[in-house]
Design a binder for this molecule. Structure first.
Ligand SMILES: [Zn+2]
Ligand SMILES: [Zn+2]
Length: 238
């Protein structure tokens, strides 16, 4: 399998990432990416990008080294009503958004509160992707997430970084096995992303590909193989 899409990548502007946009783009190209997204952390993340980083995103070219480029953001879900941390008008000016749960932007909580928060975020027409679902420090009703994904065309992410042994998130692998089982039942595609915080990782999906092969997840539901379908899904929420 050759993945052609990576929509979750961070640059120096995220505060705890180490590469420039151009460095990321070069490695994306080298790794065969055709559709690249830039998604720096929104302002609630300590050291995250300033508001102006997003309002100025128009300076990022729509095509670089022959790849199509999308300007995005990784929003923080900041309360249990699913509120995200950028004004609608700013999110609207971007091509897509990812919404994620991150300490210290929101405290760990019980399954009912966390599930409600994520489901509310998914019903936000400006949220396209839920970043790294399945972290058991934030317990979630995975069946409900898959059902809402289908209902709202909000994509659930298989996060390559979450599958790394060094990742601080807990129990992601077993959560993803359950979550992807439900997505398959609902005939709902998923998107995989690297969540690269340094250029060398952009477009490197080694762990995700072996995971998806291991669980025999159907190729037709892996959007990274179909850049045009990714664009169609982003359009569906507009
Ligand atoms: Zn994240
Ligand atoms: Zn991220």
């Amino acid at each position: 399998m050759k993945f052609l899409v990576d929509l979750h990548t961070h640059t120096l502007s995220s505060g705890h990432a180490y590469s420039t946009f151009d460095e990321n783009a070069k490695f994306a190209k080298e790794n065969g990416i055709e559709l690249l997204g830039i998604s720096d952390h929104a302002p609630t993340m300590p050291g995250g990008a300033h508001l102006y980083h997003f309002t100025n995103a128009k300076v990022i070219p729509q095509e670089v080294y022959g790849m199509k480029v999308l300007r995005g953001v990784e929003l923080n879900i900041i309360d249990y009503n699913g509120t995200v941390d950028l004004a609608d008008s700013i999110i609207k000016s971007l091509d897509y958004s990812i919404a994620s749960l991150h300490p210290p932007c929101i405290n760990f909580a019980d399954i009912k509160s966390v599930t409600y928060a994520v489901l509310e975020a998914m019903q936000n027409p400006l949220v396209n992707i839920i970043g790294h679902p399945g972290d058991q420090r934030y317990p979630q009703d995975l069946y409900e997430l898959a059902r809402m994904s289908k209902m709202t065309n909000t994509l659930l992410e298989v996060n390559n970084a979450s599958l790394d042994a060094s990742c601080l998130r807990v129990g992601v692998r077993e959560s993803l096995i359950e979550l992807l089982h439900y997505c398959n039942d609902f005939d709902m595609p998923i998107i995989a992303n690297t969540d690269a915080h340094i250029c060398y990782e952009v477009g490197n999906f080694e762990k995700t590909i072996s995971f998806l092969e291991e669980i025999q997840f159907p190729k037709e539901l892996i959007l990274n193989l179909y850049p045009d379908k990714v664009l169609e899904f982003l359009e569906l929420k507009k």
